[in-house]
Ligand binder design. Structure first.
Ligand code: Z5A
Length: 223
């Protein structure tokens, strides 16, 4: 895949701790952009392609407690390599806006800043695997850990045998590091990251995102 060509579509990602409302907001943003007549592809990580969805099953399987952090990094990166090549890059080339529900920042945070692996190693692997493709804009939904995890329990009400996926089962301290890790990334790159307080109701959170989105759409440098 060519690495330095200017792409045509706008690449957005939505990041944040568990239960921050990423999927909800990604869908609302897609709908709003489509109402404006913009073609939008919404994808998610890990997953988003048939191969990626198979890798996702392995990654989130609560039985695989023995999975090492290097193994996680390589699997997340493998799924991403496929997603970029099969979906994100071709969509951007066609001028389609891409919204990714999580992307590389999640690996830097979950496996790196919270998981203990060196972020530089993760970046190096991904620069190779994902063709140096980074989002132009990242909305970071910030939420306190307890609220996020409470929302997730609510999401799975009605599935009494739900054990939480392998990542969600990690202890509270880990999830606190995740939140701090995302905020750390955002403070280092304030051009790409927009931190959105995500504790309000979904419509209010969406309006905050939409306000920023309108500024971005007005800025020709971002298109
Ligand atoms: N992971 C990783 O370790 N490394 C990586 O590189 C990548 C991922 C890419 C993916 O799981 C796991 O993989 C993730 C990180 C890890 N897990 N952990 N731990 P996933 O895709 O199944 O889950 P997720 O990405 O973490 O999403 P989520 O935590 O399930 O939720 P969310 O997308 O942030 O939120 P939601 O689904 O939109 O909403 C959750 C519930 O809250 C739902 O019932 C909503 O109706 C409700 N909700 C949403 N917004 C609100 C507001 N504003 N108020 C009240 N209630 C709300």
């Amino acid at each position: 895949m060519p690495k330095k060509e200017r792409k045509k579509g706008l690449f957005l990602s939505i990041e944040g701790p568990d239960g921050a409302g990423k999927t909800t907001q990604a869908r609302m943003l897609k709908e709003r952009l489509e109402k404006m007549g913009l073609p939008v592809v919404l994808t998610r990580e890990p997953g988003g392609t048939p191969i990626g969805e198979e890798i996702r099953k392995i990654l989130l399987n609560p039985d695989f407690r023995e999975m090492t952090v290097p193994c996680e990094i390589l699997l997340y990166s493998a799924a991403r390599a496929q997603l970029v090549s099969e979906c994100i890059y071709p969509s951007l080339q066609k001028g389609i806006t891409v919204i990714s529900d999580r992307y590389l920042d999640s690996t830097i945070v979950y496996q790196g800043l919270a998981g203990g692996e060196k972020p530089e190693i993760i970046e190096m692997i991904n620069m190779w695997a994902a063709g140096r493709l980074l989002p132009e804009i990242t909305f970071l939904l910030d939420i306190d850990v307890e609220t996020g995890l409470r929302r997730l329990r609510g999401k799975y009400t009605g599935a009494p045998d739900w054990r939480g996926d392998r990542m969600e089962q990690k202890e509270l301290e880990f999830h606190r590091k995740v939140r701090q890790g995302f905020l750390q990334l955002a403070s280092r790159d304030s051009e790409r990251f927009f931190v959105i307080q995500a504790g309000d109701r979904p419509e209010s959170v969406h309006e905050k995102i939409w306000e920023k989105m309108q500024e971005i759409l007005r800025d020709p440098a971002k298109g």
